[in-house]
Ligand binder design. Structure first.
Ligand code: UDP
Length: 369
C-alpha cells in the first residue's frame, strides 16, 4: 500500500457508459475503503449514457460516489461526441492536475480520456486493456487499440489480453490483474439472490426462460442483422419464455425499422438495474447476447451463452465450452439456444480470483512513488 506521500495521489476517472459504471464501482470501493487520505479520486461522467435506468440506478445501487463532473455529452456521431468530450475533459484535467487519468473499457469516453491525458502528458491507466476482437469495423476495437497505445499502465483481465498487447509490442506497464467484472459478480451475487424479486415480477421460474440482450452497433445499425436477431428471439419465445431488457438504442432502431412484430411473444422490458440483471442471469436456462459483459457473467454463473457475433474478445468462455458464437443467422441462434448440449463442468478461473480491483489500486498507488 502507498504510504507517506505529502499529498494524496490524485486520480481523474473518466466513465460514461453502463459497463464502465459497473467496473468503476469495484475500483472506487477499494479506494474509498482502503486508501482514504492516500488517494483522491475525482469522477468524471461524460454523459454518454444518461437515461436514469442506464446511469443513475447504477450509481445508487452500486454505491458509486456522485461524479464531481457531469459533462452531459451524448448522442451525435462518433466524431461530434468524441470531439466534445475531448474539449470538456481537457478542461477538467487542466483544472484538476491529476497524477493519473483512469479509463475503462472501450467506449468513446475511454478514447477521449486517453487522448486528453496523453496530450497533456498525464499518465493514463487503462482497465480492461489488451482485449481484441480483430474486427476493425467495431468502434470498440478502434477505441481499445488507440487507448492501449497511449496508456502507461495497462491492466489486463486475462492472459490472452497480455499476449495481444505483446503482439503489438506493448510490454511496459502491462499487468495481468484479473477481471474487475468478476470482482463485481462475486460481490453482488448473494445480494442479487436475496434482494431481487425480478423472477416473481416477470412471472418466470429458475431454469425456465432465456435471457437476451442486444446493443452492438454491428447488429443494431444494420436493419437486416437486427431483423435476424429479433426474429430469432421471437422463434425461441415459441418454445420457452424469453426476457429481453432492451437497450434504448436497440429499442429505437427496432421501432424505426418496423421490427416490433417479431417481439410479440417476447417479454420486452426496460434496461434493468444491476441486481435484477444478475438475478436473471443466475436463473436463465440460456443467455443470448452480443454484450461483452453479459457473456462473461453467463460464464461466472455457469449458464450456457449464445453470442450473436462472429467473434468474441472473451475467447476463454468459448474455449471452455460455455459460449457458442452463432453470428446473427436466426436459424443458428435458435438452434444454439434450444438444442445446445450441456456445457462441460469446469472449475477454470480465467478471469482471476475476484481481487483485480485491489491489485489495480495497489499498482496505481505504488506506480506514483
Ligand atoms: N446490464 C444491466 N442491465 C441490463 C443489461 C445489462 O445491469 O438491462 C449489465 C450487465 O449485467 C453487465 C453490463 O450491464 O454487467 C454489460 O453492459 P453492456 O451490455 O451495456 O456493455 P458491454 O459489456 O457489451 O460493453
Amino acid at each position: 500500500m502507498h504510504t507517506g506521500s505529502a499529498r494524496a495521489l490524485r486520480i481523474v476517472t473518466v466513465v460514461g457508459a453502463r459497463p464502465q459504471f459497473i467496473k468503476a464501482a469495484a475500483v472506487s470501493r477499494v479506494i474509498r475503503d482502503h486508501y482514504t487520505g492516500l488517494i483522491e479520486e475525482l469522477l468524471v461522467h461524460t454523459g454518454q449514457h444518461f437515461d436514469d435506468n442506464m446511469s443513475r440506478v447504477f450509481f445508487d445501487d452500486l454505491d458509486i460516489p456522485r461524479p464531481e463532473y457531469n459533462l452531459e455529452i451524448s448522442g451525435g456521431g462518433h466524431g461530434a461526441m468524441t470531439g466534445r468530450m475531448l474539449e470538456a475533459i481537457e478542461t477538467v484535467v487542466l483544472d484538476e492536475k491529476p497524477d493519473w487519468v483512469l479509463i475503462y473499457g472501450d467506449t468513446n469516453s475511454t478514447l477521449a480520456g486517453a487522448l486528453v491525458a496523453a496530450k497533456l502528458h498525464v499518465p493514463v491507466a487503462h482497465v480492461e486493456a489488451g482485449l481484441r476482437s480483430f474486427n476493425m469495423r467495431m468502434p470498440e476495437e478502434i477505441n481499445r487499440l488507440l487507448a492501449d497505445r497511449v496508456s502507461n499502465l495497462l491492466f489486463c483481465p486475462t492472459e490472452t489480453a497480455v499476449r495481444n498487447l505483446a503482439r503489438e509490442g506493448i510490454c511496459d506497464g502491462v499487468h495481468e490483474v484479473g477481471d474487475v467484472m468478476y470482482d463485481v459478480a462475486l460481490y453482488y451475487r448473494n445480494r442479487a439472490r436475496q434482494e431481487s424479486s425480478i423472477l416473481e415480477r416477470l412471472g418466470v421460474v429458475e431454469g425456465g426462460f432465456v435471457l437476451a440482450t442486444c446493443h452492438r452497433a454491428e447488429n443494431t445499425d444494420d436493419a437486416g442483422r437486427l431483423e435476424e436477431v429479433v426474429a430469432a428471439l421471437g422463434l425461441i419465445a415459441e418454445a420457452i419464455p424469453v426476457v429481453f431488457p432492451v437497450h434504448p438504442r436497440t429499442r429505437k432502431l427496432v421501432d424505426s425499422h418496423g421490427l416490433g412484430r417479431h417481439l410479440e411473444r417476447v417479454t420486452v422490458v426496460e434496461p434493468l438495474p444491476f441486481l435484477d440483471m444478475i438475478r436473471l442471469e443466475q436463473s436463465a436456462r440460456v443467455i443470448v447476447t452480443d454484450s461483452g459483459g453479459v457473456q462473461k457473467e453467463a460464464f461466472f454463473c455457469r449458464v450456457p451463452c449464445v453470442t450473436m457475433r462472429d467473434e468474441t474478445e472473451w475467447v476463454e468462455t468459448v474455449e471452455l465450452g460455455w459460449n457458442t458464437l452463432a453470428g446473427v443467422s436466426r436459424e443458428r441462434i435458435v438452434l444454439a439456444a434450444l438444442e445446445s448440449p450441456p456445457a462441460p463442468d469446469t472449475d477454470a478461473t480465467p478471469y482471476g480470483d475476484g481481487r483485480a480491483s485491489e491489485r489495480i489500486v495497489e499498482i496505481l498507488a505504488n506506480g506514483a512513488d
